[in-house]
Every structure is written in C-alpha cells, then in structure tokens.
Design a protein around this ligand. Structure first.
Ligand SMILES: [Zn+2]
Length: 195
C-alpha cells in the first residue's frame, strides 16, 4: 500500500468510530497504526502528546470494540513481550455497523414519540414536558413557575431526521462489500497470528 494514499472512506469511518469509543486519543492512535505499530512507535508518531500509559489504555479500549488487533512477540533475552497493534478493518466495520444500527433504532423510537407527542414548555424553556406531566403540574414550570404552553417540536424532529439520515447513509454505503454479520462482535483478537 502506498504511503501517500488518499484517506480512504473506509478508514475515515473507522477513525471516527475510534473517536466515538475512545475520544480524541482514540482518533489519534488509530491513525498512527498503519501496517502495525508498537506503543513506542505510536508515542513517537504522536510526538509525545500521549504518554505510553495513555496509549496502552486507548489501545485496550479500541481492542474491546474490535477496532484493533495485536500480535505479540517474546524477547528471548528478557522474556518480555512486544505487542504490535494494527486496525482490523473488517471487524471494526462490523462493530461500527452494529453500533450504528442500534443507534438508528433508538433514534427512530425517539422520533416516533416526538412526532406523536404534545410537548409543553415555559417561556424560558427550562424544560420540555409531555402533556400529562404538564397537566399534573397545572401547566406551571417547576423551575421558574412560568406558565407552560404547547410547544412546537419541529426543530427537534428535524434534528432527529438529520441524525437518522446520516446513519442511514453509513449503513447503506456499507452494504456494498462489507459483511454485516454480528459474528465478530466484541471478540478478542486472540486469533491474531503469532510467530
Ligand atoms: Zn420555566
């Protein structure tokens, strides 16, 4: 693989998945792995921004989500193991898709309630309550005691629609090529080749 390869869309998705599960560090670390990297090499590549302990913790998180795998090699003279880490794109994508599907279901359920519900807000918008709750409070805001009135929730619905649309795009773009079975979910990388 050429070093100067354009960021490929698959890897871009995996990097942002790494960021979702492990924050900015996950994003940084994932990008340094290339064909395989030890934690010392990752430390160098991140120019000392991350301590080795942070790198290891991040790698473990990424590993738990099936994004990375490792091989280990024993140093015969001192008996220590060296771990070399790299991204497992297939498993990472399977887990990414599983996570996105779950998120999609949740958002759709939320959408159904938003669309079907009547919400009440006070003028200061301290909180948004369903009709029944607002009625129990005699349409008085528990925060500011202001009167609660029927609130349009179109902007919430729109925001949900946007999120759902973005996920659907990821899900449909993945249909070509990558298997979407759950078989690899959360499996540790113990099958990694060791020599
Ligand atoms: Zn209020």
């Amino acid at each position: 693989m050429a070093r100067r390869a354009k960021p490929n869309p698959l890897m871009t998705q995996i990097y942002s998945f790494a960021q979702e599960v492990s924050g900015e560090r996950g994003f940084e670390v994932a990008q340094t792995l290339g064909d395989g990297a030890t934690d010392e090499k990752i430390e160098k590549k991140t120019k000392g921004k991350l301590k080795v302990a942070e790198i290891r913790a991040t790698l473990n998180q990424l590993h738990q989500h099936g994004i990375v795998e490792y091989t280990r090699e024993k140093n015969m003279s001192n008996g220590w193991f060296t771990y070399t880490w790299k991204i497992n794109p297939d498993r990472a994508m399977r887990n990414l898709l599983t996570a996105k599907k779950r998120e999609h279901e949740k958002l759709c359920a939320k959408m159904a309630t938003e669309e079907g519900a009547q919400f009440y807000k006070c003028r200061k918008a301290c909180m948004k309550l369903a009709f029944e709750q607002a009625m129990e409070l005699q349409f008085r805001c528990p925060e500011c005691n202001g009167k609660m009135a029927y609130a349009q929730n179109q902007s919430d619905v729109k925001a949900l629609e946007d999120k759902i649309g973005a996920i659907e795009q990821i899900l449909s773009s993945s249909k070509s090529g990558i298997a979407t079975s759950n078989s690899g979910l959360m499996q540790p990388a113990m099958g990694a080749k060791t020599k």
